[in-house]
Design a protein around this ligand. Structure first.
Ligand code: GAL
Length: 385
């Protein structure tokens, strides 16, 4: 009898363990060890990851994912909380590290006051002074998208808290290295001559948007950061009313502009830029400019950050490639342990209920010189070429 009771106890214990394992595996509607684009991705607390328009900071064996903390409803597209940080050792399981940069609730005049627009935060590490530096697209509260500024914050720990440093329009007082004579000698429109977004009434050079903004700094909306192998860091941003992409070298502290920058893809309205490097070539994955609605992806390659940049094809291949699989680029990360395979990271925005936005992470490979991204409903980087 005692034997039977012990056996039943054993069976129950094994069954209990099995149920517990199943629960763990099902946590987040995904099996541990795969990416399931477009599904709910739960963190260690069982909460959908809240890090939109994000990027990854890689530090030896740990990945830190920083992104916009969105809240419910349409108002959740503006910054009610700040920048959220998660950490992971394998890119599949994410630990909530809390809010790395908080918006300011008790000062309505502060640059990052609650309700401002704070988008696409990215963090890089500066070896020189052992500092973590965050840049983000900042729109002062109540001014729509007219501010087109860059915010900068620093911390001595990767997870923060980050201290807000300043909000700027990049490269005030500097001409880009590929400035045209007509920018310098041509008509300088008034600061008041601004456009409400979307198409421009004429070519950006005819309007001399560069000259208009040269004294006070260039417009900077969708943005990313890239640190090259030699430690030089770059800020890549949609400028000149979104019409033209600027690539700008940061200063040695990474907290300001060096004044060296160049303009590319003039009048191509490139948004959501993300830069990466393979075999000495620089690549950009970008989108067109249709707000929260997805559009066909863009890609480009160059032998140097300073160009010449050659625009390539839409990197998305197959059904729904004209909508980038209902996503917009935010980051490209080398597959752990490799330098020739990459993970495309994009956002599937849900502007009506901002917090419900989903993550589209897919394998990115280079064929010849063309980046290629194909849809896979579930995959792991360990087993997918
Ligand atoms: C997108 C941009 C997002 C956000 C949105 C607002 O084009 O990539 O970061 O700014 O527009 O409509």
């Amino acid at each position: 009898m005692r034997c039977l009771t012990t056996a039943i106890k054993h069976v129950l214990a094994v069954a209990g363990l099995f149920c517990f394992m199943m629960l763990l595996a099902c946590c987040g509607n995904r099996v541990a060890g795969t990416f399931t684009s477009g599904e709910i991705w739960k963190d260690n607390n069982g909460v959908h990851i809240n890090a939109h328009g994000g990027g990854i900071l890689t530090l030896s064996d740990t990945y830190y994912w920083f992104g916009e903390h969105k809240t419910e409803g349409r108002s959740g597209n503006s910054a009610q909380v700040g920048v959220h940080c998660y950490s992971s050792q394998d890119l599949y399981q994410w630990k909530d590290e809390g809010i790395a940069l908080s918006v300011v609730a008790d000062d309505t005049t502060h640059s990052i006051t609650k309700g401002c627009i704070l988008e696409r935060p990215k963090v890089i590490y500066n070896k020189k002074n052992n500092q973590y530096v965050m840049w983000f697209h900042l729109e002062p509260k109540g001014e729509g998208y007219s501010g087109a500024m860059s915010g900068i914050a620093i911390s001595d720990r990767p997870t923060g808290p980050y201290t807000f440093v300043k909000a700027i329009r990049p490269n005030a007082g500097y001409w880009p290295i590929n400035v045209l004579e007509t920018h310098k000698s041509g008509i300088f429109p008034q600061e008041s001559q601004r456009f409400s977004g979307g198409d421009l009434p004429a070519h950006p050079d005819t309007l001399n948007l560069l000259g208009r903004d040269m004294p006070g700094g260039q417009m900077a909306r969708d943005m990313n950061l890239f640190v090259d192998d030699d430690g030089t860091a770059y800020h890549i941003y949609a400028s000149e009313e979104n019409s033209t992409l600027h690539i700008s070298q940061l200063d040695e502290d990474y907290t300001g502009c060096s004044g060296k920058y160049a303009r590319f893809f003039v009048n191509r309205f490139m948004e959501a830029p993300t830069m990466f490097k393979k075999d000495g070539n620089y690549y950009l994955i970008m989108s067109g400019c249709t707000g929260w609605a997805p559009n066909a992806g863009r890609s480009a390659v160059a032998p140097s950050v300073w160009g010449p940049w050659e625009e390539l094809e839409n990197p998305f291949k197959g059904e729904d490639s004209d909508l980038s699989f209902h996503s917009q680029s935010t980051y490209v990360l080398p597959v752990p342990g490799t330098t020739h395979r990459f993970i495309y990271m994009g956002d599937r925005w849900t502007p009506e209920n901002a917090i419900d936005g989903r993550y589209i992470w897919l394998p990115l490979r280079i064929e010849g010189k063309q980046p290629v991204i194909e849809w896979l409903p579930e995959w792991s980087y360990e087993t997918t070429e």
